[in-house]
Design a protein around this ligand. Structure first.
Ligand code: ADP
Ligand code: MG
Length: 221
């Protein structure tokens, strides 16, 4: 079953001489439970594509469907709620909230959704990511790698249907990267989650079920 579909997606920035075709008629279809890697050189349109797939930005034309929802038909408010319930985002620059502790950051999406976190599951993830002693710390007191692991825990704890990750291992050493990928695969199998992950690391891309290559805003098979 297809969980995520993008059809004839275009995203243009600027105009006239400065027009950038960041996405130029991109079609992507992701099956439920698949682990998809998006690969391509810097500036090829990877982040733009991921942002469109997660409804973080509006395409110039074309559409994205997640489960039975047309992203472009939703209001900003509907989209915010939908993202919180169904999508876990992991960004390269972590996006942790500086005035919240690691624990508060991790539970934020669940709490905003009006739910209580599954504490046993949370502690399992935290332990796997070796953040046990860090839960009451503020992000600024963590190393870059620890902050990224906290951001990953935050994305996983609500058990979202889809995880969208933009270079999640970009700032991690290779051992930690391998652990993070192993955790993503483990939880995605356990909770039947779909992962779409940008990476420029070929070894990591090899661990995905499918690789999508993007060059100059176009998909290359
Ligand atoms: P990647 O993630 O593969 O490095 P991006 O999706 O970030 O690539 O960018 C694709 C192209 O779109 C690049 O040429 C980039 O400069 C351009 N671009 C991305 N975001 C913007 C923006 N907000 N305004 C103008 N141009 C942008
Ligand atoms: Mg990028």
């Amino acid at each position: 079953m297809t969980i995520l579909n993008a059809s004839h997606l275009k995203k243009y920035y600027g105009k006239d001489e400065s027009l950038v075709r960041a996405l130029d008629d991109v079609n992507v279809s992701v099956e439920n439970g698949q682990f998809v890697a998006i690969i391509g050189t810097s500036g090829s349109g990877k982040s733009t594509l991921l942002n469109m797939l997660g409804g973080l930005d509006v395409p110039t034309s074309g559409g994205v469907q997640i489960e039975n929802n047309r992203i472009e038909k939703m209001s900003e408010e509907q989209l915010t709620v939908f993202r919180r319930k169904r999508i876990g985002f992991i960004f390269q620059n972590y996006n942790l909230i500086p005035y919240l502790t690691v624990y508060e950051n991790i539970v934020l999406p669940v709490r905003l959704d009006g739910k209580r976190e599954d504490k046993k599951f949370l502690l399992e993830i935290v332990h796997f990511l070796e953040l046990d002693g860090k839960l009451s710390n503020y992000p600024s007191h963590l190393s870059g790698g620890q902050q990224q692991r906290a951001a990953i825990a935050r994305a996983l704890v609500s058990k979202p249907a889809i995880i969208l990750a933009d270079e999640p291992t970009g700032n991690l050493d290779s051992l930690t990267s391998d652990k993070v990928i192993a955790l993503l695969k483990m939880t995605s199998e356990k909770f039947n989650q779909t992962i779409v992950m940008i990476t420029h690391n070929p070894e990591i891309a090899q661990k995905a079920d499918v690789r999508i290559r993007i060059e100059d805003g176009k998909i290359h098979v």
